[in-house]
Structure formats: C-alpha cells, structure tokens
Ligand binder design. Structure first.
Ligand SMILES: [Mg+2]
Length: 463
C-alpha cells in the first residue's frame, strides 16, 4: 500500500480539507460537473477539484474474441471505461495500476508518459491503450464533452464501417455472403484470402503454405466473384494471406492489380519476432513491396505508437494506408497522432478493430477527428447480443454500414451490467484487485522508506 502511505495527510490538513469541502466541495465535484455540463455550464479550465484515481478493476467478456474491459475509478464517483486489445488480457492494464493510482486523471499526457515505456507491439500495447481510453472517458465526463472534442474536431457525423465475412471454398457462396453484407447497407468490404480456400486443389499451394501460380489464379477467381457480386463501385480490401515472404507478397500484389483493391493488408507480418520477420524494423520490406506494385499496401494493426511503430513506415513511404488498431496503437490520443502524421505525408488511414462496443466507441471518437479516414473495422456484426452489452448509444450501433458519432459526454457508452455478466470469460465483475497494488513492473525505482528532510528541516523516515 505504498501509494496510500504517500498520500497520508496530517490531522490538521484533514480538518482543513474537511472545512473547505463543506464550503466549496459540492461545487467542484466531478459528478456535479457532469450535471452542470448537461445544462450547458462547461468549465474550460482544468478541474479545481482534487480528482484522483483510486482504483483500476476489470472483467473479461467472452465473444468472437475475448474483450478485456477495465474501469478506472476516482474519489468523486466519476469513472472511465477502457478496453485492452481483443484476445488480450486485462492484466496488461492492471499491472500499470500503481503507476496511476493517486494521480489526477485529467493530466492525461503526463500520466501516459509515465506508462509509455511499458507498452509494445501486438497485445502488449493493449494496457496503455485501455488506460488512455478510460482517462479520456473520465475527462469527457468531467468537462462535459465527448471524447472526440478532447482530441480534435469532428470531420464527420457518422463513420463508415467495414466488416469481415465468413469464407467459403466455393467462390459463388463466398460472393453471395458478401452480397448479403451489401444488402445490410455496407459500402466498404474486405475479404480474407487464405490459402485454405484452395489448399484442397492439387498443385495450388507449395510446401510453405504459399499459393503457387496455379493457386494464385484460383484466389483471383474469388476476388472476381466478389467483384461480380458487389460491383466495381464499392471499395474492396483483402487480408490474411498466410506466411508470405517479400517475393511472395510482390507476386500476390501484382496478381491482384486488375481488381483495384482498396488495400492488401499485412502481406508481410509485422510487430513480432520469428517467422515472418522482425518488423517493425522491417519497414524496408514493405518499402520494396510498395515500390513493386500499384496495389495499395496497408499494415499496422499490430503496431504500437507513432515513434515506436508507424513513423519509419510513414517517413519512408513504405505503405499506402496506415491501419492502426486504437486498442493496440496507444488509444485515442496516439492513434490521432499517427493518423495526423500519416496524412501530412499523403498516407491515408483505416482503423482496425475487433472488440466490444466500449472499444468500438473509442474508435468512433478517433475516427470522427481524422482528416482522411477510409473506414473503421467491426468484427462482431454476426454476434446477436453485441449491441446489448452497452447502453447510451443509438442502436443498432452499426446501422446500415455506419456508426453515428455520439455527442454525449465521454465515450458516450455505459456497460449493461446484466448482459455483460451473462458473457464473462472468467468469474468476477470489476472485483477489487489488491494483487496489483504494488509495483510489479517498473523502470528505475529507488524503493524506500528512506530518510529525508521535511519542510521544517527535520529528518524523517517516510515516503
Ligand atoms: Mg488484419
């Protein structure tokens, strides 16, 4: 309980504070600021209150992927919701708890600076990202504004959504499924083109699981079938090509050129060591790929941070489209930085997303502020209870292929406790997390207690 000790107050200070609270406290309570904001009295200044983070808790929803949801609590009832990247675990955020408890949640960037060194690519960007989202939810509620207004201006009132579609080894069936998406109102499409679509055909796939020339022609027949179904006036992207090396990727991308894809995604795996390369340092391979084809090339769903992940790709024009997932890339603030930097270099942004409506709305807020947005992904359009996980937003959340940008405070969404509790992966619903009170991960830490001089020059042993 180091943080508790650190903020111990003397009896005199406590009495002084109690007297002040009795006089002014109600004026400064964050919860009341929300109410004030709803009657148009928005205070543009940093909160004069003593708003402090008191706790971080979590639950994990079992869905198409696991959705780890976190809640950051404060001493004034107002709380923030955040989400770790799909298929991640809540511990990625909870280990950061002692770094933020006792701090002012409205000092968003200084707080994020403290924890940035613990974030990395793939799911390990999820803890930082969840905390970023929850802090913006709190700040939005306290200042009475939607999250999008905390990070920029609104470029659009609704966000174009694209979604994945279940594959079929029969091109006609696959195309029919895509056509149904179009009938649902979608105006942007993406298809997966894994070699499992053709691996049952002799000579279509080599010993590495990569399509041969014969296999590639067959994969193109799938694209042609989908094009026939949705038309040429609809953007169509493609993903999930398997373990391609650079020369394979060039061969694929050139074969796809006649179909004018919106982008080919993650042709070379990034963000991890091992098979597929050690990107993000591998921007050079993407540069070679980009230079070798007119098929637009996208990557980024596994990258964290502008400086750590995206900058080299953008500076070197190694991709045509950045594709960050705000739940990995660093939350709403960092994703905005990445997209703004990309657009300065003439590179467009699409957003990857595969989590709950909480994270989805975080993405919607970022998407609203981006100058040049292609579309935002949604992986849950076939899950019947996905919308029911939350309240506060207009439903269906994905309405005829678009999501409305909310103007209510914070993320504009609250959990529907009863429904979430029906879909928990692991027992426990925002239970106390004392096991994360102490520092589990840190950089340099002096420890303590240690002797020092207090304000009166007296030697004390304390924190
Ligand atoms: Mg992808």
């Amino acid at each position: 309980m180091q943080h508790a000790t650190r903020f111990q107050m003397t009896r005199r200070k406590l009495l002084r504070r109690a007297a002040a609270l009795a006089t002014f406290g109600p004026l400064f309570k964050a919860t009341e600021r929300v109410a004030n904001a709803q009657t148009k009295s928005i205070n543009p200044y940093s909160a004069p209150s003593k708003l402090r983070i008191t706790d971080v808790r979590a639950c994990r929803i079992a869905s198409n992927y696991d959705y780890p949801i976190i809640k950051i609590y404060t001493n004034q009832d107002v709380y923030g919701l955040g989400e770790v990247r799909d298929a991640g675990v809540e511990g990625l955020a909870l280990v950061l708890k002692p770094h933020i408890v006792g701090q002012d949640p409205l000092r968003i960037e200084p707080l994020l600076d403290r924890i940035r060194k613990f974030a990395n690519h793939r799911r390990t960007g999820g803890g930082y990202s969840a905390i970023d989202i929850a802090l913006h939810d709190i700040a939005g509620k306290v200042y009475g504004v939607p999250v999008w207004r905390l990070i920029g201006s609104k470029y659009r009132d609704r966000i174009r959504i694209y979604c994945d579609t279940t594959e079929s080894k029969d091109p006609k069936v696959y195309a029919e499924r895509m056509k149904k998406r179009k009938e649902m109102g979608f105006t942007f499409f993406k298809m997966d083109l894994g070699t499992q679509l053709v691996s049952h055909i002799p000579g279509a796939v080599d010993y590495r699981g990569v399509a041969t020339e014969k296999g590639l022609k067959l994969l193109c027949e799938f694209i042609q079938a989908v094009r026939d179904a949705i038309g040429w006036d609809m953007p169509l992207a493609a993903d999930h090509f398997g373990p391609l090396e650079l020369n394979d990727a060039i061969r694929y991308a050139r074969a796809f050129e006649p179909y004018q894809l919106a982008w080919a995604e993650d042709m070379i795996q990034v963000g991890h060591l091992g098979q597929g390369g050690d990107a993000p340092l591998n921007w050079r391979a993407y540069k070679d790929l980009c230079d070798a084809t007119v098929t637009p090339i996208a990557t980024g769903e596994s990258l964290f941070g502008l400086e750590e992940g995206f900058k080299a790709f953008i500076d070197n024009r190694a991709i045509d489209v950045v594709h960050p997932d705000p739940l990995t890339a660093g939350g709403v603030r960092e994703t905005k930085r990445i997209a703004d930097y990309a657009v300065m270099h003439g590179i467009r942004t699409a957003l990857h997303f595969a989590g709950s409506p909480v994270g989805c709305m975080a993405c919607v807020h970022v998407a609203a502020t981006l100058k040049d947005l292609l579309a935002l992904e949604n992986h849950a359009v076939d899950i019947p209870w996905w919308d029911d996980l939350v309240t506060g937003v207009s439903k269906p959340i994905v309405n005829k292929g678009f999501i409305e940008v909310p103007d209510n405070v914070g993320l504009g969404v609250e959990l529907n406790d009863d429904v979430v509790k029906q879909h928990l992966r692991v027992p426990g619903y925002f239970e106390p997390t004392p096991e994360f009170d102490k520092y589990i991960i840190d950089d340099f830490r002096r420890g303590g207690p240690y002797p020092h001089l207090n304000e009166e020059g007296k030697l004390v042993v304390d924190w």
